[in-house]
Design a protein around this ligand. Structure first.
Ligand code: UDP
Length: 331
């Protein structure tokens, strides 16, 4: 592609009413692409769907529903965000993860092949690696997930590789580290919130008396788990770069900086100016102690340039959104 040329694409976004999907949809539309959002609203919110997008209420368990929706949209590319994504829940309800993330995902993959989709962009995760034997984590590390969430995403990655080899489906799979932050308009609202930053911010909003710390005896400097937090707008940028023809493969998306749970809580105190009481709890099953990305491959091959790498800025954008939307989305 010439430097300034722009190809307007028609993109089918599953999970476009969810946290990451809604903000990627906003970015795609802002860049001039056309978007169909397909979402069953089990986790997402109707009001999180950018009004410039076409919305289809997904019914992935109805035979033919996904295929019909893809046929009607006739997309150039599919971005597949729709999934269940909670490590802890996957340890108690693995069935949900394999049915939705693998079986429903496969219906979408088949529909993409049948409809001649040129590019499939997949939301994968660092949870496909399991506890790494070295940090920061490059894409060639062994993938040995320790929870059904990571396993379900790895199964989908493997299906993608075979579909690429045999059907020629071009794909980019992004292994996200910990997505956080907000755009001006859209943010993170889960009906049952389990993620660290929004939970801490709810304490700052006086909606909870304290935040829980899951595990203080990990082999990390302060005993709490270390994660690599990545701004949602930087994730969105990577997705757009992944759309270019010929771009293909697996990419980590993170900043290369690890922050412990306690450090995140302290940063939230700094940004909000509030004291955040904490209560120490046992470890949450399925959590690896430390996950930190090496994302040089995305920088080198896709030209990805994270614009908001500082944890303080990430938390500040999340806080701005939560202050403006203390009860999240209305639906
Ligand atoms: N965590 C915590 N208290 C919370 C939520 C999360 O201590 O209220 C910990 C969790 O055990 C993990 C880290 O914070 O070590 C990040 O968890 P999150 O659920 O945000 O993302 P994950 O890494 O599971 O994708």
């Amino acid at each position: 592609m010439a430097a300034n040329s722009f190809t307007r694409m028609n993109i089918f976004v599953t999970g476009g009413a969810g946290y990451i999907g809604s903000i990627c949809t906003e970015a795609l539309l802002g860049a001039g692409h056309a978007v169909t959002v397909y979402d069953d609203l089990s986790e997402g919110h109707r009001s999180a769907v950018d009004p410039r997008a076409r919305f289809v209420l997904g019914r992935p368990d109805e035979p033919g529903n996904i295929l019909d929706a893809v046929k009607e949209a006739r997309p150039d590319a599919v971005m597949h965000f729709a999934a269940n994504a909670l490590v802890g829940e996957s340890m108690t309800n693995p069935k949900k993860y394999f049915h939705n993330n693998v079986a429903n995902g496969l219906k979408l993959l088949d529909a993409a092949v049948e409809c001649g989709v040129k590019k499939f962009v997949f939301s994968s995760t660092c949870a496909t690696y399991g506890p790494p034997d070295r940090l920061p984590m490059t894409e060639d590390l062994p993938q040995c997930p320790i929870n059904p969430y990571g396993e379900s995403k790895l199964m989908f990655e493997r299906m993608l590789q075979w579909y690429q080899r045999i059907y020629g489906l071009e794909f980019v799979a992004f292994r996200y580290f910990n997505a956080a932050g907000a755009s001006e308009r859209f943010g993170e609202h889960h009906r049952i919130e389990t993620h660290l930053i929004p939970n801490v911010l709810r304490v700052a909003l006086d909606q909870k008396p304290h935040c829980e710390i899951y595990g203080t005896d990990y082999p990390t400097p302060d005993g709490t788990c270390v994660r690599d937090y990545i701004h949602i707008l930087d994730l969105a940028q990577a997705h757009m770069l992944g759309l270019a023809p010929g771009r293909q493969g697996f990419y980590n998306l993170g900043n290369g900086d690890g922050y412990s749970v306690r450090e995140v809580v302290r940063m939230c105190e700094k940004v909000t100016g509030k004291t955040i009481p904490t209560v120490e709890k046992p470890r949450r099953p399925g959590d690896p102690p430390r996950l930190v990305a090496a994302a040089e491959k995305a920088v080198r091959e896709l030209g990805w340039q994270p614009k908001h790498p500082r944890l303080e800025d990430i938390v500040a954008t999340a806080w701005a959104w939560h202050e403006k939307h203390p009860n999240g989305y209305p639906d």
